[in-house]
Write a new protein. Structure first.
Length: 308
């Protein structure tokens, strides 16, 4: 793929792994690596910068906050078509990035699924796996889309990431991301098996501690339940503007093709306004259109719309 991809890595005291991780991501064709660091005291920032990463110091705590900041920075100087997110502890193998990126050709979100046989011994404690399976099951049942894992390694198209309007600041960020994507049935989701390794140093902030895992698990269940709740529908009735069929007093000046183009622009603008109006309620945008005109109207209203 020729599309630009940035990799975002939240870190907190990951000096043992961050240097090699950044270098390997560059070798895996990430055009830039953004390390968002939460006040590490072990030299993580210096090692990341020395390996070629752009380092952002984020004083506001939270995994989700770091991901949101990294995604924002990724789009400031260069427009990236996709963003990869992965942990900074060495548990995610950068060599898997090309496979996830290839899968993105036919998807909007690619999840690096951690199958049990691909997980290194001791990398994913039992309590973490049980919690992961529980939350994935909630998302599956409530969205009717099969989700097997809530992985740290994922690649998402920038367009979808912007549309999801994520705001979770803590460890519920990944749950919010996958829940909202699964609830958006226009979003194409693929799961690609990847290796999952033991952390290469440092101390786990959640998975290695039972109490922290329990608290995080409760928050993740609540997030999954809330984010997959039924959403209100905001509907728009539309008709495909076709040359010779559009009625306007400007037809003499514009001609049949120009009049159709004008109505197409009106439809696109209306769709944008309707979507924006429903964004606060996270409503499902629905366009009511004749089946034979569905593709033409879909091209005009843009992504995120269901049709009926």
């Amino acid at each position: 793929m020729n599309e630009r991809l940035a990799a975002v890595i939240p870190t907190l005291d990951e000096a043992a792994s961050i240097g090699n991780l950044v270098r390997d991501l560059r070798l895996a064709d990430a055009c830039c690596v953004i390390v968002v660091d939460g006040d590490s005291q072990d030299g993580t920032r210096e090692l990341a910068a020395g390996a070629g990463a752009r380092v952002i110091r984020e004083h506001r705590r939270g995994y989700g906050r770091a991901c949101l900041t990294g995604a924002e920075v990724a789009q400031q100087e260069h427009r990236h078509h996709a963003i990869a997110f992965l942990d900074g502890d060495g548990s995610c193998d950068p060599a898997e990035l090309p496979r996830l990126r290839t899968a993105l050709r036919t998807a909007d979100l690619v999840l690096g699924r951690r199958r049990q046989r691909d997980v290194e011994a001791g990398a994913l404690p039992l309590h973490a796996r049980v919690g992961n399976d529980l939350v994935a099951g909630i998302i599956t049942i409530r969205t009717r889309r099969r989700i097997h894992d809530l992985p740290p390694f994922k690649v998402i198209r920038a367009e979808l990431l912007e549309r999801l309007k994520l705001d979770a600041a803590g460890y519920g960020w990944t749950v919010q991301l996958i829940s909202r994507a699964a609830a958006d049935h226009s979003a194409r989701i693929r799961e690609v098996p990847v290796r999952f390794l033991r952390r290469r140093g440092g101390v786990s902030k959640v998975a290695g501690q039972l109490r922290a895992s329990l608290l995080a698990g409760i928050a993740m269940v609540a997030t999954a339940w809330r984010e997959t709740a039924p959403r209100p529908v905001i509907a728009m009735v539309a008709k495909a503007p076709r040359a010779g069929q559009v009625k306007t007093r400007l037809i003499a000046e514009l001609g049949p093709e120009g009049a159709a183009a004008l109505w197409g622009a009106f439809l696109a603008d209306t769709a944008a306004v309707v979507q924006e109006a429903g964004a606060e309620l996270r409503s499902v945008p629905l366009v009511v259109v004749r089946a034979v005109e569905r593709d033409q109207v879909a091209a005009l209203v843009g992504p995120g719309w269901r049709s009926a």
